[in-house]
Design a protein around this ligand. Sequence first.
Ligand SMILES: [Zn+2]
Length: 460
Amino acid sequence: MKIYNTFSATVQDLEPISTGQISMYLCGPTVYGKGHLGHGRSMVAFDLIRRYFLFKGFKVTFVTNFTDIDDKMLARAKEEGITVKELADKIIPLYESDFDRLRVLRPSLRPLATAFIDRMLIITKDLLQKDFAYEIAGDGIYFDVEKFSAYGKLSKQKLEELQHGSRIAVKDQKRGASDFVLWKYKKEGEPSWTDADGVVAEGRPGWHIECSAMAYDLLGETFDIHAGGQDLVFPHHECEIAQSEAYTGKQFAKYWMHNGFVNIEGEKMSKSLNNFTTLDDTFKSYSPLVVRFLLISTHYRSPIDFSQSSLEQAKVSLARIQDFYWRLVTEKLFPENESIAEICEFYLSEFEKSMDQDFEISGAIGAVFRFVKKINALIDKGGISKNNRDLAIQYLEKIDSVLGVLNFDQAEFNPEILAIIEARNKARLEKDYAKSDSLREELTTKGVQSIDTDRGSFYR
Ligand SMILES: [Zn+2]
């Protein structure tokens, strides 16, 4: 299969370091406020990619972090009059709940930056020793990008231009404008860490070094895929490469993958426009599965247009597949049909062919829609047998192991409705039909339809 590598700026064959295994690191959010659509996009984009690797039979180690110490964390904690740790403890569960609702598979490992300070100190000391880093007294330790000749290769920028291009960024004591901080010396009231050897003065890490340290400790010197939002290419990922490769002398990540931006109602999501739509706000109007479907149905490298109309469209498109599933489970079964095994195989291979080309999702989802149309037409003509129904459901289950947007049991309900559903299922099991019927009526008044089939009861 082929994937686009930002570093080579080409589509390349995927050749993992160890056959059959893929190690991935995705830069996670800084946990100072609620997650917005940009976080959702990045997490869902790489969840889709991870799920596809699993579908292809790879063993995947997927690491994504929470940044729980940096300038934004400090500023927000101060505003709220709480400690940085209290802030992180409050915000992290919100992210986890958002990502769960978006059906993002839990990562193999989800490290917190503050648990890897030791490695950050080791890297910083090593870079000082090798002269890749220097100290600014009373301020901190900086990486000297002039010493790392590959600086700028990922973002395709010339070091010369970076160093002299932006005068605003030049801090008086830095050797070059692009030099970046590895370690910031302690300021009053800030959390700080000490170096047991006393080489590095008390302080806290810069942002870039956090990911280098976590990736090194959890995935090793070199791993397969480093992923993140397009906005992280420069400077964050450029800096990660510089410090990691200066530290190990080895290639940091073999492939670099970046997801595109999110536009809200046609405008780029940005601080100045103040249009950061939070995930939980979006979920108030649209099911997380509709949001996920919208997020995956645009190619991961292209910008996504998030708007009322694109959400509505996603809702309608997703319902076409979901309703097909409802039809399969509720359709009266015919004794026999000509087997649809070959049709299923054909549309599964079409799905795969597209996904193999750098996750060409529109072709993949197109194959699913063509499958739905084809089988619907067959059922219209001659009904469906049990065998064929099971084959069609298996097809949906396979593609949904990648897409993660379908409900094979029932739609998503609030706890109150779920409790009624549970009670009704129990009544049916106990053959208490009077109770089951009255609960059914109660559900109907709440706008929930119950469908009883030989595969169990479904609610939508
Ligand atoms: Zn990072």
